[in-house]
Structure formats: C-alpha cells, structure tokens
Design a protein around this ligand. Sequence first.
Ligand SMILES: [Zn+2]
Ligand SMILES: [Zn+2]
Length: 643
Amino acid sequence: MYYIVVLPFASQKRYISTLISSIAKQENIECEVVQEKDQILIVFDASYELIDRFLLTLEQNLPASIYLGKSSYYTSQTKIKSKDGYLDYKIPVNIAPCTYCQKEMFDVSSRYYYYPFTSCNHCGTQTPFMSGYPFVRANSFMKFMVPCKECQNEQKINVRRNDYVLSSCVECGIPLKMKDAKNERIANDKGTYRKLFEISAKALSNRKEILAKTPNGYRLFMHALQVASIENPIVMIANANAIDTHFMLIQEEFYALLSIERPLIRLATKSDEAKSQFGSSAWVKYPDEGISMLLAKEVMSLGIDYLVYADVDSDKKAEFVIDFDIPVLPQIDSTLFINQDTKKIISGERLTFPAIDMLGDDRIIIAHNLASVIVDGVRIIDSIERFEVADTTKIFQLEDEDFDSKHSNVNYFTQWKASSLSVLAENDKLSSKAVGVYFDEKGLQFLYYNAKEVINAIPSREFSHEGMFDRIANLRDGSDRLVSNYTLRFPERIAEIENANNKLDAFAILAILMGLKNKSLDGVAAQALSFLGKGGIQIDTHIKDNRFDYDALLASIMSYQLADVESSLLCYSLYESFGDYIGEIIKQLTEKTKTSVVFICGEAIANQILFGRIKRNLAQKEIISNINYPMGRENALHGALYL
Ligand SMILES: [Zn+2]
Ligand SMILES: [Zn+2]
C-alpha cells in the first residue's frame, strides 16, 4: 500500500519538487517525488509514524510558493513512478533563499552567516551569475573562484548542495565593498559582512541613499520618506507584520509576497503615511535576494517597516555604494496579478526564464531580448546574451525587434499572433477553434483561431494624438465647446499632448487628460485599483464597425474631468467599459464562429476590474490564459514555436 500526498503545483519549475526530495533524503525517509503537469506527488512506502513526522518537517520547512495549492492525499495499491523528461534538464533559478539557506544566513555558527549569496541546488539567485549553458561552474562568473574545503565537502555530503554549481560561502565567496566619501570597507568574513549591513541600515535610517549592486541589478535604496526623489519607486517590505498596516491586501496577496518567488505585486495604499508617499497604490515586494534581504533585516531592527528602491544604472550617484567585483547578468523582475483564486505572472523574466520548451524544429526565436534556442538537445528560452552563436535553418523574429542576425531566412511575426498561440498551446487547444483578445498599451485586437492560424478579426484602430483635439471638436454638436472649456481649465494638459515629441499611446493620453502622475497604462491601472466604491459610471465608447472609437472615449473623459469626477472612479469605469466592450464583441464572434473557447492575453488584461468583468460577461465560455508563461509580451517566445 502506498500513501500519496498530492501538492497542486501550477508550474513546470522543479525547485519545489527537488527540494522535497532533498528533505526526504535528509530525513532518511523512503519516498519518491513525482512532478506531473500540474501537481507534485509524494509517494511513500513507509510507516504512518514516519510519514507523519516527515510531513510535519515539510510543513515547517517547505517555502510558500505562488504555484502551490492546498494539499490532499490518497492511498494506492500501485506505485506511481516518475518519468524522466526533457523538463528535468538542469537550469538555474532566480528566487529567494530557501528556508534552510535562510536559517544558515542568520546562524552565527554557519559559514553562510550574513553571506548575501547563500544558495543551494533549490534556491537563490543563480541565473544572474550564469553566462551560458550548460549549467556548470565553468559557464558562470564564479569560474575563477575556487570553493573552500568545507564547500567542496558539502558538494559531496550535503544533499541540498550535492554537486552544487555555485557553491560559495564567507570563506571562499564574493567579498563586498562599501564606499562613502571618506572610507572604503571590505566585507570578507562573518564579522565584516554583518558590520557592512549594520552600517548600511544606519545610513538608510539617517536618510542617506545607498547604491547597491545586487545580482538583480543596481538598486538605489532609500528611506521611504525620500521617495519623492526617485522615479518608479518600488516598496521593499522589511517587516512582514506591518504590510497590512500600510497596504490593502487579501490573504493570497500576502502569501504571494512572502513566497519564495518574491514577485512584484501592485497594492493599494492604506496608511496615511503610505498614501502620502506613494499616492493611491505602489509596486510592493518582499526582498528577493541576499543583499536586499540583509539590508531589510537590519533596517527592521531599527524600527523601519519598509524601504523604497529604484532600478538604476551603475553610474548613479549616491552617498554610499555597495559593490562587488564579479559581473552579473540581471533579469527584468516579474510582476504578479491576483484575482480571487487566479494567480498569473503579468510580465518580466526573473520567475519565468530560463524556461525549457518543447523541442519542435531547429528554429531560433527572438523577441524582447530573449531567445529560444536548442542547446545540448534541449530547447531553452533565456536572455540572448546567454547563448552563443548557434546553427539554424530559420529564425523567427518579432517585428520591430532590434536584432540583426544576418541570417538569410528570417521570418518576422506579430506579437498578437505568437501570444495567442502560446495561450492555445499551453491549454492544449491548438486543434480547436477559438476566439480571443490581445490587449496592451498599443491597442486591443480581437482574434480568431481557425484551428490552423490566428487571424486578426477586428484590428485595433490606429490611434494618433496628432490633430486629436480637432477631431474631438468635430465629433458632434457641442463638442467644440467641450474642447474649448477643457482647454481653458487644463491648458497645461493640452500643451503636454500637443507638444509631445514621441508618439503617445491611448493610455498615455488618457492619463494626461486625467492629470495622472504616471502617464501610462500602468498609471491608469493603478488609479483604477484605488477606487473603493461599488459601481462605475457610463463612459462613451461609441463603436464604429465594431471598433472602439478612441476620440469618443477621450471626449467622454474630458467632459467628466470638467464635471470634477474623481480620476479613480473614471479609471475604474474605463476598465468596466473595456470589459463590457470585449464581452460584447467576443459574444458576437463566438456565435459567428461556433466556438466557446476564449483566449485572453496581453499585459492590459491583467487588471482586477477588467479580468473580473470579462469573466462575468463571458461566464458561459471557457476562458483560457497562460499557465507557465507571462500573460504579457514574453509569452511570444513560447508561442512562436507554433507559427
Ligand atoms: Zn537553499
Ligand atoms: Zn566556501
């Protein structure tokens, strides 16, 4: 009789299942860990007493993960065995340290005490230290660092660090340097690492800025009260117990913030303090790598609940600089969207890539500075910089991508086509008919998939801000008065639009017309999130030939602004209107094409209000979206395999 514990796990990533295997070996219990498409099975052949004890250890030590669901169990007469597959090919991860590594970082008797690069086979910032494939030390920026005796010994006897590629500790690892106007100090043993973070925390609490090189890029850290001095601030929580004092969040968001993945999540502000610093909402995260973690730990002991930081260039000036000598290849951080029980990665690289994909033919896919290439007989998607020149008969490249391969056979593809195919492939719907939308800051596309290819059913209307106010003035009777009244009241907004040097997208214009600080899709989405009322107001989305009339929409927004309607209510209503429009058109398309499969993708879809509205309006349909890949643009690297 086998006792089987089922852990729903909505990802192909292996770090949780391999950690469970390691813990089992550590605890000396017989079990097999089997990872299937959407779950991890732990198959025990042991006494109930042993199983109980092991499950308790697991409960205490298995980190929270955004992919993990609620566990269950059953018994079976037949043994379930794992099949070796291409997904078991070893690739690096970029997540927070696991529970065991974290314990070591705060244990003064450990060689990892205050060592910011502490990691093991199942955790830590590995990817930024890698320069290529396969995942071996010779392909890492640590190749010239020789592990100390103890580290070498651990590679043999510590199950969590068996043959670990990036072994390093305070004895043999990467020294940190800290500079200010007067001094330079080096951290290269337990005492000096700790001292460096203590001094840094003091500096932060005294309102000094710190530029820190981290594996995830250069971060300019500062006290939250100095937030006004940076653009696109990110809140880094130091005290987990204080999150809900300052921000509004549901339990799923709390668990996701503290998960080993440590994603960026947009939260509405709650305390007066947070409101005055960030406005209605902010991108928030719990520290995702060692340097940020140790800084956060030290500022917390000084009574600070959270810091802010900005991603900056290496030459940014700051009073204090934390640095180290080996190069890193940082990744773009991943943003997460949560709607009730749905968790989706919106965009970014850190949590998704490198990814292993199906082999397919020998094509190389290039988009968003990422590439999908066959290495070692395995298809890997990762940053272009981590690949060497590879042979291929054809290249598939995103149109507009700035990359010159000089290859004779380059096929250019559109974002919406590849993104749609990615959703369909991930949900095993490539042989069904389907309709769907791709929605980003550039526009809204309605798409039809005829079980062979994706066709743009209703292309989005090309939007231009040039001559926009003339068009609006001629929209209907009285529109000219609307434009002149708005111009009198908000001359600076009109000037900002008319004098724009670059092409403004529709969301940027909406944000400017409403006087938002963040003039982008993100700004409009953030403002919508801060609306606490119940229902929205009617926004004119006059539809011509089934296409959104942006001019009518903008006119509607202008008149509400003249009537002093709150921008949060306006943004909220805007998303409701988008949701209703999408619902309406998709209903028509599903009837016409006789399908009930609806796919949704694109960064703009990842919005609470819009997502909820679409689900409500299309309750009878089967709505599918990405599983392993981001909903936004990066899913194209996967989808283009099916072009
Ligand atoms: Zn670990
Ligand atoms: Zn060592």
